[in-house]
Design a protein around this ligand. Structure first.
Ligand SMILES: Nc1nc2c(ncn2[C@@H]2O[C@H](COP(=O)(O)OP(=O)(O)O)[C@@H](O)[C@H]2O)c(=O)[nH]1
Ligand SMILES: [Mg+2]
Ligand SMILES: [Zn+2]
Length: 350
């Protein structure tokens, strides 16, 4: 297996005259790419991404793209290939009104929670939901096992019960204990995205798996990095074992976007009432014995609440079929980009 194969870059006839590459890092307007040529830089080709009929989705770390390769300068990215999985967050440059992809095409999500104080049920549930949504398979990684804090055992069994069939791996990046269990997932060519709060031990884990310092660690420097936004960028790293890991600053904010888990919280009035519905799977439509509709009829619940709840629930349904969800979101994104561009052009012409 050579270097390029680790990145799953496969040439196909249909790509001609372009060559495939994978995005390993994202800077302001420039992308670091890996292709059969090795590592090189690329920029988005204007016609394809910003032109009159531009329909390409902006690439992010982990994306497979087609490039017009340039040996002497920046290559041009002409196409973003379809994604198998994606993480999105509210885009800060659009007032958090629309999604922005922060990682793509990963096979696993390593949900990183530290055993000392990071662990909490709600957070785990949210991360699990986000993982299922992304289209990838979650693996729960419980860090700082060496600290052997009170309650560690309880947290581990808690995590094991939280999601049936989701692997739980307690590890220590300090002593290396438990890291072997992760090797089952870190196969050559496989990509794992790390999800977890600042301080959970993500960077330490990457370093421990790599056997060398690839990432800065420690709470203090993490704060620094957050203050100077230009110095943090999204990136994907290749481990000596041939697996790829994605740890991007944007993933800290992920929980803010598709808030399925928060559905119960934000709609406590409805979920509370729903417990009184005759059927446990009541859609609060026309079912007999529906406590939600009854409350609306009595004027105790504004109907708009049910409408809002339905809208959010529909959004949340992706988890039934992540691939269909991703396809749908990609289509929506394309449409929005085209609309934006048309609007901008219209303004320019006036
Ligand atoms: N004792 C112990 N400390 C750890 C372990 N992993 C990380 N840490 C410490 O936890 C802090 C945050 O780790 P870091 O990897 O920077 O977390 P990140 O913000 O998720 O990337 C640092 O001070 C690390 O030294 C571990 O396995 N054992
Ligand atoms: Mg870190
Ligand atoms: Zn009902």
């Amino acid at each position: 297996m050579n270097f390029t194969e680790n990145y799953n870059i496969v040439y196909k006839e249909e790509f001609a005259p372009y060559t495939p590459a994978r995005v390993t890092a994202e800077h302001r307007e420039r992308y670091e790419l890996m292709g059969s040529q090795g590592a090189f830089f690329g920029k988005l080709k204007t016609a394809e991404y910003f032109g009159e009929n531009a329909a390409e989705t902006f690439p992010t770390v982990g994306d497979f793209v087609l490039v017009d390769y340039n040996e002497t300068g920046d290559s041009r990215i002409v196409r973003t290939l379809p994604r198998t999985s994606v993480f999105e967050r509210p885009d800060p440059s659009y007032g958090r009104q629309r999604p922005q992809a922060v990682a793509a095409n990963f096979d696993y999500v390593f949900i990183v929670l530290s055993l000392n104080r990071d662990f909490n049920d709600k957070k785990l549930a949210r991360y699990l939901t986000l993982s299922w949504q992304s289209g990838a398979q979650p693996v729960i990684v419980l860090t700082k096992l060496d600290l052997r804090e009170d309650g560690s055992e309880r947290m581990i069994s808690h995590a094991e019960n939280a999601a049936f069939g989701v692997p739980v791996c307690p590890v220590s990046s300090l002593t290396g204990e438990g890291l072997d269990a992760l090797k089952a997932f870190l196969q050559p060519g496989k990509t794992a995205a790390l999800l977890g709060s600042s301080g959970a031990g993500k960077s330490s884990l990457i370093n421990a798996l790599a056997g060398e310092t690839l990432m800065k660690t420690g709470a203090v420097r993490e704060e620094d990095a957050r203050g100077r936004h230009t110095t943090t960028h999204r990136q994907m790293l290749c481990l000596p074992c041939g697996a790829l890991v994605i740890d991007t600053p944007g993933m800290r904010e992920l929980g803010m976007w598709d808030v399925t888990e928060g559905l119960g919280d934000a709609f406590g009035d409805i979920t509370g009432l729903a417990q009184g519905c005759r059927f446990s799977d009541c859609q609060h439509d026309a079912e007999p014995g529906c406590a939600v509709r009854a409350a609306i009829e009595r004027g105790e619940l504004p109907e708009i609440r049910l409408i809002q709840y339905r809208k959010l629930k529909k959004e949340a349904r992706y988890s039934d079929d992540p691939n269909a969800y991703i396809r749908q979101r990609t289509e929506e994104r394309k449409r929005r980009q085209i609309e934006e561009h048309k609007k901008a052009n219209y303004r320019k012409r006036r």
